[in-house]
Ligand binder design. Structure first.
Ligand code: HEM
Length: 473
């Protein structure tokens, strides 16, 4: 049961092992997921950490996930939990704005990620993935994050700002963007003029100037048929008012910011998982070659990408095992009673997909890589709502989830179709990061495959086996 409470009551059980003054802060920043796992093992689904006197209340499992998502913007505030957002964007923007303004701004971007609009991004995703194949050549080594990160940025710049912007200004935009992202400060006060904060603010001003010049250019000479950017600058609010340029600039930066590190990390994990699970890699190869035949992927269209159902399962399993957004955060707006405990107004409330996704009660054999657990055709499929939350939930669920899933599908499919790959390094999560991606180096050795489509038949047998076909045991 959950309700706003004023009654006296005990706080959530406090995790052991805090040190004077800092509490659990230092150990958390060193290795957040281990601390969260220790909390679950020793205290269960509800526990608290101490960050220099500030209580951080952690909730785990589908029931608590549901509560967290349903109470966001009611008992739980998103805006107070991410103050750095204010510095990177502005007080009237998105989650920081009043609810009706937030919903108005959200309604500008959501239609751009519906199925009908998504179709226009697939050719861009294919083109940028094939550019990577071209750059990699016949054989060699690449490091996952530094190689896939720029492809994700190319896809974003090309999809959201258009080909011409991407070709002329993409590089400068990317460089500035890296500095801008450095403004995501969790520990130090935001008014402190640290070098990375000064850099971030300078980059923000330059990014806004670049985007404004692009808005002016497109207003003077509209693109027909319109692409993402053209549609954004022509969109009106439901009451007919034009959307201010400042909001358009912030929205573009928000999309790139929210989708860049996350997708780069998640797609790197997806590839690393597949390279460690050759049986399922084979299943995917079968699916890909049954759809693409002997093509390198340039014919890959929306319909084929949607038909990659095994790839969907693999991406979901990676989202479960390695959620890059390993923790979501809110602040309590009032005292909240939860299972007999009280969370006080002003305290933080956290979800931890990184731990909830590995709970035995929710997922059978949780540390094993088993994409088929999500296959709805399996009688024992594990698809309880609010159990897989790598893209969040409720009204603030990731706006770009369809875009990200499609992008990862295309990139992984094209890499698997074109290269034989093996991992050279042990895959470990990065320590102390805000985005939980594989630590560097995480190198892959690759060699170009001969593409004649002859593997499709053999791989279809593996596909049938994985789907549990008794004729292929
Ligand atoms: C694998 C890649 C991605 C992951 C794991 C991811 C994860 C998430 C999560 C967990 C949230 C909710 C945060 C919260 O409730 O506190 C979120 C929100 C959001 N994401 Fe993503 N994201 C990804 C890619 C993208 C992409 C590609 C875009 C844009 C094209 C995007 C745009 C957004 C936006 C705008 C929000 C804010 C939604 C709102 O508050 O209304 N994300 N994302």
């Amino acid at each position: 049961m959950a309700r706003a409470a004023t009654a006296a009551g005990n706080g959530l059980p406090l995790l052991d092992g805090g040190v004077p003054l800092l509490g659990h802060l230092a150990q958390f920043f060193r290795d957040p997921v281990s601390v969260l796992k220790r909390g679950y093992r020793s205290k269960g689904r509800l526990f608290a950490m101490n960050f220099m006197g500030q209580r951080m209340n952690v909730m785990l499992g589908p029931e608590h996930n549901r509560f967290f998502f349903e109470e966001t913007d009611k008992l739980l505030s998103i805006r107070e939990s991410m103050p750095f957002f204010l510095k990177m964007f502005s007080p009237e923007f998105y989650s920081f704005a009043e609810m009706d303004e937030y919903l108005r701004q959200r309604s500008i971007i959501m239609p751009r990620f519906k199925a009908a609009s998504m179709k226009q991004y697939v050719p861009v995703m294919v083109e940028e993935s094939l550019n990577l194949v071209e750059r990699l050549g016949e054989e060699g080594e690449f490091d996952l994050i530094p190689t896939l990160g720029p492809v994700v940025m190319d896809i974003a710049a090309h999809s959201f700002m258009g080909r011409e912007f991407h070709e002329k200004l993409g590089h400068e935009f990317f460089e500035l963007f890296r500095d801008f992202s450095g403004g995501m400060e969790f520990v130090l006060p935001l008014w402190l003029p640290t070098p990375k904060m000064v850099k971030s603010q300078r980059a923000k001003r330059k990014l806004h100037a670049i985007l404004q010049s692009w808005i002016d250019k497109r207003r003077a000479a509209p693109l027909d048929p319109p692409d993402f950017f053209q549609t954004m600058i022509e969109t009106k609010y439901p009451d007919g008012r034009p959307v201010p340029d400042e909001i358009i600039r912030h929205l573009i930066l928000l999309l790139v910011w929210a989708g860049h590190e996350t997708t780069a990390g998640q797609v790197s994990w997806a590839l690393a998982d597949l390279l460690q699970n050759p049986d399922y890699q084979k299943v995917l190869r079968g699916e890909i070659s049954s759809l693409l035949g002997g093509s390198d992927g340039r014919d890959l269209g929306w319909e084929q990408a949607v038909a990659m159902e095994k790839m969907d399962l693999a991406l979901r399993e990676t989202e479960r095992l390695h959620p890059v957004a390993y923790m979501l955060s809110r602040k309590a707006r009032a005292d909240i009673e939860r299972d007999g405990y009280v969370i006080r107004k002003g305290e933080f409330v956290l979800l931890a997909p990184s731990v909830s996704h590995r709970m035995e009660e929710t997922f059978r054999n949780p540390d094993a890589y088993d994409p088929e657990r999500f296959n709805p055709a399996n009688p024992d499929a594990q698809i309880e709502s609010n159990s897989l939350i790598g893209f969040g939930g409720g009204v603030h669920r990731c706006a770009g989830v369809n875009f990200a899933r499609m992008e990862m599908k295309v990139l992984v499919a094209i890499l698997l179709q074109n290269f034989d790959m093996e991992l050279m390094d042990e895959v470990r999560p990065i320590a102390g990061a805000s985005t939980y991606w594989p630590a560097q180096p995480c190198r892959v050795r690759y060699r170009r495959r001969k593409l004649d489509g002859s593997e499709a038949g053999a791989d279809m047998a593996a596909l049938a086996r994985a789907a549990g076909c008794p004729a292929h045991t």
